[in-house]
Design a protein around this ligand. Structure first.
Ligand SMILES: Cc1cc2nc3c(=O)[nH]c(=O)nc-3n(C[C@H](O)[C@H](O)[C@H](O)COP(=O)(O)OP(=O)(O)OC[C@H]3O[C@@H](n4cnc5c(N)ncnc54)[C@H](O)[C@@H]3O)c2cc1C
Length: 519
């Protein structure tokens, strides 16, 4: 007989639900995790995507910055994150801008060659020294009860940075501090990941996205999870199970009664489970649908608008890395970091305009990165020995609205525009480098926001469940809470849609668990 009541039932087995499960089970609570898919992990999974190709791709998310070292230590996770020496490469004509953490002189020379002076390099160092100082001060608070805005500002301790990142649209600081269009664009991209926004938007959602991209673990570094993103999820699932949590896959939550009852559908029928508390690893919009109470989810967050993702994810496996136009940089260096394509400042604005007008951007902005250069363990030995590599492409300004009327046609058009964008900056077509699968088909997988909504249940395909929020209480009355509350005492959010939850961080799960354990 299956137990019909648990201390905590968690709807959704994403990495955040598993994090909450592990903490709560370790604290002695009886925990049930219900995941509708055959596998746990949601957007944090690895998969062998191409038939006959022995490559475990991080299918959706791929880099880790926001997962606190404290969570890895608390849960004893065997997760290794490998630092990338090359931060980024941005082709510009027949040369490019290389930002190499390991060689300041080379980076300075690269800035000078691109911009014609050392002004932007100096501005870059000053700007990122300030964001790093901010990161060191504020990141530890993300796993603590919320501070008020004033307390958070005092902790940040730098009024100029506060003004630039929290008060003014990001465009102000970028246009004031940096002169060259390429440099401005590279800075801006962190504000546009999965976020359909302009640099100068009053909503400041671009600022919030930027903030989360520069504070991770007190450095803002985006590291490579060894073994792929699935390794992070597998370790969290192991920690939860070993602590006694039960994880059911193929178990869809079809109804939530906030007073403590969850309705579940499995292949052999529907049943209900009682719960002392219910944790929702679901997007707030999905939770509102399941409870039938729209005010509940919007009480949990300050953002009531419908979520809309804005990215195209393309997974490629290559026979070999493509040749670059730039004779001074090797493909191994350029693709090890974030490789920016058509992400100049003016170009990003133009791409936004085109997408807002309902068109796939003509010069599609995107960024690529090669996991297997930093961590070849995701390739089978024969594939690795053959010189093959993985390539992740993350396209910006591809909002869900472009894919609604004709999902297949729009996906094909977006893929074509993205591959053409890559070809614009390479010395040979990327198609010439693609590996083929067992059926002779090129190894190309593409996911639009509409695909993400259908396949992994992200509302509007939004990778953060909804637009990111400030990591402090906007209403002083919420200070001291965890940013997971729904307005109902027995129902909490525990995923990316919690106040500080976006990205692969476990923070949403941690904070929901702490709200239960510490009150
Ligand atoms: C293409 C892409 C690229 C990204 N890149 C990065 C990156 O490089 N780095 C980074 O930090 N972040 C990245 N992100 C964001 C990050 O992956 C997510 O914010 C994070 O994984 C969310 O985790 P979660 O556990 O809160 O939710 P999810 O991963 O969304 O998990 C929720 C789970 O709930 C399940 N579920 C939904 N409805 C039900 C139901 N009714 N019943 C039962 N189960 C249900 C889902 O199947 C899913 O498993 C990316 C996301 C995407 C999509």
């Amino acid at each position: 007989m299956r137990p019909s009541r648990f201390d905590v039932v968690i709807a959704g087995g994403g990495h955040n639900g598993l994090t909450a499960a592990a903490y709560l089970a370790q604290a002695g609570r009886s925990v049930l995790v219900l995941e509708r898919q055959p596998l746990v992990g949601g957007a944090a999974v690895s998969a062998r995507v191409f038939d006959g190709v022995d490559a475990r791709l991080s299918r959706f998310s791929y880099l880790v910055s926001l997962l606190p070292a404290s969570i890895i230590a608390d849960l004893n996770l065997r997760v290794r994150l490998r630092h990338r020496r090359i931060a980024s490469y941005t082709p510009a004509g027949d040369r490019g801008l290389l930002v190499d953490h390991g060689d300041q002189a080379a980076t300075a020379a690269s800035f000078a060659a691109l911009t014609g002076s050392d002004a932007d390099w100096k501005a870059w160092q000053k700007f990122y020294a300030a964001t790093a100082a901010l990161a060191r001060r504020v990141f530890p608070t993300l796993t603590e009860p919320l501070r008020t805005r004033a307390e958070f500002r005092a902790l940040a301790g730098d009024d100029a940075v506060w003004d630039a990142l929290i008060e003014q649209p990001l465009s102000a600081v970028i246009e004031r501090e940096f002169g060259h269009d390429t440099v401005r664009g590279v800075v801006l991209t962190d504000a546009l990941i999965g976020t359909f926004a302009r640099a100068g938007e009053d909503s400041l959602r671009q600022n919030r996205c930027f903030l989360y991209h520069v504070i991770g673990n007190g450095t803002g570094d985006w590291d490579v999870p060894v073994g792929g993103m699935g390794q992070v999820t597998e370790e969290l699932a192991r920690a939860a199970r070993e602590a006694g949590a039960e994880i059911r896959t193929g178990a869809e939550v079809t109804g939530i009664d906030p007073d403590g009852e969850v309705t579940v559908r499995e292949a052999d029928g529907e049943y209900t489970v009682g719960a002392g508390h219910i944790l929702a690893n679901l997007a707030p919009a999905a939770l509102a649908r399941l409870t039938g109470d729209r005010t509940m989810a919007s009480q949990a967050t300050s953002n009531g608008s419908a979520p809309e993702g804005a990215q195209l994810k393309v997974n490629l496996v290559l026979r070999r890395l493509p040749r670059l136009r730039d004779p001074d940089v090797t493909p191994q260096a350029a693709f090890a970091g974030t490789f920016h394509v058509h992400e100049g400042y003016a170009g990003l604005e133009e791409a936004y305009r085109q997408a807002a007008a309902g068109r796939i951007p003509a010069a599609a902005p995107c960024e690529t990165y090669c996991h297997s250069l930093t961590d070849p363990s995701i390739l089978g030995p024969e594939l690795a020995a053959s010189g093959a590599h993985t390539l992740t492409v993350f396209g910006l300004h591809m909002p869900a609205r472009l894919f609604r009327a004709d999902p297949d046609g729009a996906r094909a058009a977006a893929l074509a525009a993205t591959l053409a964008a890559l070809d614009d900056v390479l010395a040979e077509p990327v198609a010439d480098c693609l590996l083929t699968d067992a059926a002779g088909q090129p190894c190309v997988e593409v996911k639009s926001p509409a695909d993400l909504e259908r396949e992994i249940y992200l509302p509007g395909g939004h990778i953060w469940h909804q637009d990111l929020e400030w990591p402090f209480a906007e209403d002083d009355a919420d200070a001291g809470r965890w940013g997971v509350e729904t307005g109902h005492p027995r129902l909490l959010l525990c995923g990316a849609g919690t106040r500080r939850g976006g990205g692969v961080s476990g923070i949403g799960g941690h904070n929901a668990a702490m709200a239960l354990l510490r009150g």
